[in-house]
Write a protein that binds this ligand. Sequence first.
Ligand code: FES
Ligand code: FES
Length: 164
Amino acid sequence: MNSNVKINLKFNLNGKDIEITAGSSERLLDILRNKFELTGVKEGCGEGECGACSILRNGRLVNSCTIPAAAVDGDEIITIEGFSKTEEFRIISEAYAQCGAVQCGFCTPGFILATAALLRKNPNPDDEQIKEGLSGNLCRCTGYSMIMEAVKTASQNGAHIWRK
Ligand code: FES
Ligand code: FES
């Protein structure tokens, strides 16, 4: 598709209805970072492999680097900035801090959203289910054991939310 073709898009971004014009093949990742300054959405691999650019699209965890902005017309998009206003975020981010699961922090927004997506589906995951739930997210720094611990801690501390 010719990226010079401009299209009008309407979608809900972090709870606000927005309307923009974008190139038809512009990536959602670039729109979020460049037009809306949502820089918690990181670009790592740019190829759908690392999860640094994770967002929630209609409640599902997806990589914004592989989605053309044009595809989200009518959708509900939540980035880490929107998610950070929730009680779920407070519980998960505190668990990550408590378990030493944050070092450089580059991967953390993606991991926090992946954790939320996992716990919403499965409030009490076992080790295999945690590995599977976080399999789309890579971390260069922590080793995954602290992240696994953080997910378990968030599962316990947020039981009242995930099990509602
Ligand atoms: Fe999107 Fe790596 S930047 S998955
Ligand atoms: Fe550095 Fe995960 S904390 S990449």
